[in-house]
Design a protein around this ligand. Structure first.
Ligand code: ACO
Length: 316
């Protein structure tokens, strides 16, 4: 697999930590020291679909492709205001593509999983040009009376167009079923047969410390195994593009693996945690800043609700 174009899009509304003190008993100091987040972008009069379309179009333009040339669209998305059709179906029509498409719902590790699925499609020859998209509005799964979660998130979309001809050196995907540490329950329509109390909707629940611990430990180990399996060292890797959940998690992984600060670029301070879109946005920013050269080795690694982790190593 080779990445031939990237794109991203963010809401225009910049929300600072100080602005959040209007709604919660919190402070810029608490948020910065616990998370590294200074601002985030939150949807106002745009929709998540608008962002998904812009990110996709930018990735196609960068790849020099027309939407009709795509063979597949794979989109990572947890929530938007449609349960169905999928986000990828809506994007497909809006950009003028005609290919099949589907969504995956793996929370924050979704973009890495989607890239790995794209690699499999390319390997089997099922598809030659694939749009891999991640579009998320996690600010809509927080309960906006809960300071513990609401301060962490931002909205955004990122995309990559991939094709054959690159070097995808390896990947590791893991799932450790744990529905307690991080979950949100959907509102379902009641039926006359429902037994009271069985289906309860619930905004996001997060055991922050446990998620923190699992994130640092699983991501660090998975990346180590991946490098070992493929015969690479940390110093061989130009960038570790990690899920942007919390600066302290990123620093924890860096401490375990080693390497320099430059190898761990971040956007979490500007955009907060944009769930599965964070790695795609970070990738696009690095590409557009001309910080990645063809042939550079990159690791992408995400973790999230599940508990899932996904890591891949490829040449840009
Ligand atoms: N402002 C001020 N105080 C707060 C806030 C806030 N926004 N949130 C919590 N506090 C308080 C708590 O109530 C607690 O008060 P107490 O000591 O009086 O009980 C105190 O701050 C300390 O809270 P801790 O939980 O100990 O803080 P911690 O250092 O663990 O940081 C955090 C919390 C930032 C949530 C951290 O645990 C974390 O980042 N965890 C990982 C979160 C994450 O990455 N989630 C990704 C999931 S995304 C996905 O997959 C969908």
């Amino acid at each position: 697999m080779k990445i031939i174009g990237t794109g991203s899009a963010l809401p225009k509304k910049v929300v600072t930590n100080d602005m959040l003190t209007e709604f919660f008993d919190t402070s810029d100091e608490w948020i910065r020291t616990r998370t590294g987040i200074e601002t985030r972008r939150i949807l106002t009069d745009e929709s998540l679909l608008d962002l998904a379309i812009s990110a996709s179009q930018r990735a196609l333009d960068a790849a020099g492709l027309k939407a009709e040339e795509l063979d597949y669209i794979i989109c990572s998305n947890v929530n938007n205001n449609y349960v169905y059709p999928s986000m990828s179906c809506m994007v497909q029509g809006a950009i003028g593509a005609t290919c099949p498409c589907f969504d995956i719902r793996i929370a924050c590790a979704g973009f890495v999983y989607a890239m790995d699925i794209a690699e499999s499609f390319l390997q089997t020859g099922r598809a030659h040009k694939i749009l891999v998209l991640a579009a998320e509005e996690p600010t809509r799964f927080c309960h906006w009376k809960q300071r513990e979660t609401s301060v962490l998130f931002g909205d955004g979309a990122g995309a990559a167009v991939v094709t054959e001809g690159g070097e995808y050196l390896g990947a590791r995907m893991t799932t450790i079923s744990n529905t307690e540490v991080l979950f949100q329950r959907n509102r379902l329509e009641p039926t006359p047969f429902e037994v009271e109390g069985v289906y309860v909707d619930h905004p996001m629940v997060m055991q922050g410390r446990e998620v923190f611990r699992m994130a640092v430990s699983s991501c660090s180990k998975e990346i180590s195994y991946l490098l070992e399996e493929t015969g690479h060292k940390v110093s061989d890797v130009k960038y570790f593009l990690l899920h942007q959940a919390n600066m302290r998690i990123i620093k924890g992984i860096e401490q375990y693996l080693g390497g320099t600060d430059e190898q761990y670029p971040t956007t979490v301070q500007k955009y907060g945690n944009t769930s599965s879109a964070s790695i795609a946005i970070l990738l696009d920013e690095q590409v557009r800043a001309n910080a990645i050269d063809r042939g550079d080795l990159i690791v992408m690694s995400g973790f999230g609700s599940g508990f899932t982790t996904g890591s891949l190593l490829m040449k840009y």
